[in-house]
Design a protein around this ligand. Structure first.
Ligand code: HEC
Ligand SMILES: [Cu+2]
Length: 488
């Protein structure tokens, strides 16, 4: 097709000579591109769009011609788990947060079917940033529970676009998970890569604080204050860690389609231990190279690409660090393959960033009243259950799901000789944090663990869980033991 790149020579000639010299010196050709011609691209055939749940994306468009593309998207209001023991009612496009990934090409004509499941309680709609038209489709798609709306639009501009619900109160619909990405590939498709993944950040505002158990309602005042309890990738804490981590092999090129649903925060998107070879800035045409951290605005996106040169666990974060280590904004890419000593000599394995500097810092002090109100665990089984939830909420980011830790950065709790040797010392570490060199199972660690603001009850539960998991010495820790260490 004749998707011409129009260079606006006239404008350039009107500019001063010095400007011309500057422009011609630029590495990137940032001349104006318009996509007006896309409106005339014919669509002869019809096709039902492949939609995928995160972190997966549909098959690339490749060389296919423009088509009439039918998109069937169902809105579902459904309960999910934010983090161990914390329930939340998510509002979703397609049953997941973020919503189903839609992949199209310039010139496609999208026939959009938006269905609102009859069990839902509220009307919703969709505003696709890939639409040139009123409200991005919002007005035409407003749909009550048990109904379906159909509207269509021509896809004109290539890029990675956010879609979201735009029903009042808009912020609340977005805060409950109503956002996703639609990719518009240029004529001929994006360059092929080995792996593609779909990652989207969003923040959640709950009535209780981080990790508070039970069903959590949306908190409007926290949302207005832009003070979320959770900042996460793909809808909940741990959506992309442990067994859910993304994978790749050494030598492969990875492309991440990254979005930020917001509703309010801007993401400083970073992969620890990688440099983005390419970034499609803001999801558009502008290509930047060799980028460490890319800014993704609320309701914006970026396409980042990098070749993985060494094996290891690469951690994706919002580099606003407290979001990563205290609110959940942490994901993982596991790379397998041969070490490459030319790229990285592993004196210290996977150079993990130390989030808290070299002194112990305390977690914000705990709301004592809330701790008192918390249900007390009575039986051993209950302690294990509550302890596991607390572990998944507070320890897992560093010590990992099976207590295996991360080599060179976070010591293992599984079969840890250090842990098993001294219960009071373990209690003290959870209460007051730990810094300085320690040896766990023959490996040296010299790092910082933050003091965890937990009640005596919570420390006893979490340590009972740790001691009775992963081959440890099966001790039961009581609140009295914790109190004794706290008061000594
Ligand atoms: C922000 C990351 C982080 C979090 C969260 C964290 N730890 Fe740690 N933990 C560390 C680091 C780092 C060390 C090693 C400190 C050093 O080198 O002195 C450590 C050491 C330990 C040790 C002693 C070493 C060992 O492997 O036996 C125990 C026990 C422990 N942590 C338990 C916990 C428990 C239980 C929780 C959750 C309540 C928790 N930690 C949360 C980072 C963390
Ligand atoms: Cu909605």
């Amino acid at each position: 097709m004749n998707l011409r790149i129009k260079k606006n020579f006239v404008t350039k000639m009107l500019l001063g000579l010095s400007t011309i010299a500057f422009l011609s010196g630029c590495v990137n050709d940032q001349s104006d591109k318009t996509y007006d011609d896309a409106v005339d691209i014919p669509t002869n055939q019809e096709m039902v769009a492949e939609l995928t749940s995160p972190p997966f994306v549909p098959t690339p468009v490749g060389k296919r011609m423009a088509k009439k593309l039918i998109v069937d998207l169902e809105i579902q209001e459904r309960e999910g788990e934010m983090v161990g023991g914390v329930k939340y009612v998510y509002w979703t496009f397609g049953g997941t947060v973020p919503g189903s990934f839609i992949r199209t090409r310039v010139g496609d004509e999208l026939e959009f079917h938006l269905k609102n499941h009859p069990d839902n309680k509220l009307p919703h709609n969709i505003d696709l940033h890939a639409v040139n038209g009123p409200g991005g489709g919002a007005e035409s798609s407003f749909v009550a529970p048990g109904h379906e709306k159909v509207f269509s639009f021509k896809v004109l501009n290539p890029g990675l676009y956010v879609y979201h619900c735009a029903t009042a109160p808009v912020g609340m619909h977005i805060a409950n998970g109503m956002y996703g990405l639609i990719l518009v590939e240029p004529e001929g498709g994006l360059e092929p890569v080995d792996r593609e993944y779909y990652v989207m950040q969003g923040e959640f505002y709950t009535e209780g604080g981080y990790g508070d158990r039970g069903m959590q309602a949306f908190d409007m005042q926290k949302a207005i204050n832009e003070n979320p309890d959770y900042v996460v990738f793909n809808g909940h804490v741990g959506a992309l860690t442990g067994d859910n981590a993304m994978t790749a092999k050494v030598g492969e090129t990875v492309r991440l389609f990254v979005g930020n649903g917001g509703p309010s925060l801007i993401s400083s998107f970073h992969v620890i231990g990688e440099i983005f070879d390419k970034v499609h800035v803001e999801g558009g045409d502008l290509l930047n190279h060799n980028v460490q951290t890319t800014l993704i605005p609320a309701s914006g996106s970026a396409i980042v690409e990098f070749k993985v040169d060494t094996p290891g666990s690469f951690i994706l974060v919002d580099h606003s660090m407290f979001r990563a280590f205290n609110k959940g904004a942490l994901a993982m890419l596991n790379v397998e393959g041969e070490e490459n000593k030319k790229v990285f000599t592993g004196e210290i394995h996977d150079g993990i960033y130390l989030p808290e500097g070299s002194v112990i810092q305390s977690m914000p002090s705990l709301d004592r009243k809330k701790a008192k109100e918390e249900v007390k665990a009575l039986s051993f089984e209950e302690k294990m259950k509550f302890g596991k939830d607390k572990y998944m909420a507070t320890c897992v980011a560093c010590h990992q799901g099976n207590g295996q830790g991360i080599a060179g950065a976070f010591p293992p709790l599984a079969k840890s000789d250090y842990l098993n040797a001294d219960v009071d010392r373990a209690i003290d570490i959870v209460l007051h944090g730990k810094t300085g060199e320690i040896t766990v199972n023959g490996e040296k660690y010299n790092s910082v663990m933050t003091a965890q603001a937990l009640s005596d009850e919570e420390v006893s539960n979490v340590l009972t869980y740790v001691y009775n998991s992963w081959g440890n010495s099966k001790k039961e820790v009581t609140p009295q033991m914790v109190e004794a260490v706290r008061n000594r």
